[in-house]
Design a protein around this ligand. Structure first.
Ligand SMILES: NC(=O)c1ccc[n+]([C@@H]2O[C@H](COP(=O)([O-])OP(=O)(O)OC[C@H]3O[C@@H](n4cnc5c(N)ncnc54)[C@H](OP(=O)(O)O)[C@@H]3O)[C@@H](O)[C@H]2O)c1
Length: 217
């Protein structure tokens, strides 16, 4: 599976601030480019805390129908599948993740919680068990590969990006840095040693500077 990581960060390295409202960190031009990149993938993953805090739709077709048309032209479904991962099962079946767009919906959770979460979500999502004691990113990749997913776009939040980076399970990363300084907020981090990554390209989109990293180089 090809794994693309993506994040928008403030100048102080945060993905969000500590307030309850959703913070748009990057420029509108950058957001449009993120949608275009999302549209190339089979599935988009966010952690359950992002579903709870941001209530994202993660759909393409509602905001960018031309991208959905391009996908259909390539024999892909209108929208990428949506994936989230949870231990607690604290997910609202009415969240946009479950109620908007046409993408398949997957909720990955430890085997022990799968029955309860299935009951709660009903037909809103396919609940797929993952081993509780195995490395998380590797389990996600294996489980989604078994569903036929070949390209995964990992959009956050901090804990999920940290997990993929720390397990060395990303191929590329797109990081948009915007001229914002937040009051508090989530971050991502590496377990183990600090690393310097290879920059393949940079681009300015509005007031936002984008780094394209090759995580395998
Ligand atoms: N700027 C950006 O590009 C961007 C993108 C996305 C999100 N964000 C921001 O990121 C913030 C959220 O990030 P976050 O780090 O707090 O959370 P997160 O990465 O979105 O989600 C973390 C959640 O993943 C689940 N999880 C973690 N390890 C697991 C495991 N081993 N097995 C099963 N489930 C597991 C847990 O869900 P349960 O608690 O349900 O068990 C955990 O709370 C939000 O503020 C959002 O706005 C920013």
């Amino acid at each position: 599976m090809f794994v693309q990581l993506s994040a928008a960060v403030s100048l102080n390295g945060c993905l969000d601030d500590a307030s309850d409202s959703r913070l748009a960190i990057s420029s509108p031009e950058d957001m449009a480019a993120v949608y275009a990149m999302r549209a190339r993938f089979d599935a988009i993953l966010v952690g359950a805390e992002t579903v709870r805090r941001d209530n994202p739709s993660l759909s393409i077709s509602d905001r960018f129908p031309a991208l959905a048309k391009e996908r259909r032209g390539k024999g892909m479904p209108n929208d990428p599948a949506k994936v989230t991962v949870t231990r607690s099962g604290d997910l609202d079946p009415e969240a946009k993740f479950f109620t908007t767009g046409s993408g398949e919906r997957y909720v990955l959770c430890p085997v022990e919680q799968a029955g309860t979460i299935k009951q709660k979500l009903g037909d809103r999502a396919s609940v797929l068990p993952i081993p509780a004691d195995a490395p998380l990113a590797a389990s996600i990749v294996q489980t989604l590969s078994d569903q036929g997913i070949g390209g995964l776009f990992v959009e956050g939040g901090g804990e999920i990006l940290s997990t993929f980076l720390s397990e060395g399970l990303g191929d590329k990363m797109r990081i948009a840095v915007a001229p914002v300084v937040t009051a508090g907020g989530a971050r991502f981090d590496l377990a183990g040693a600090t690393r310097r990554y290879k920059v393949e390209e940079t681009e300015r989109l509005g007031d936002t500077l984008v780094f394209y990293l090759d995580l395998k180089a």
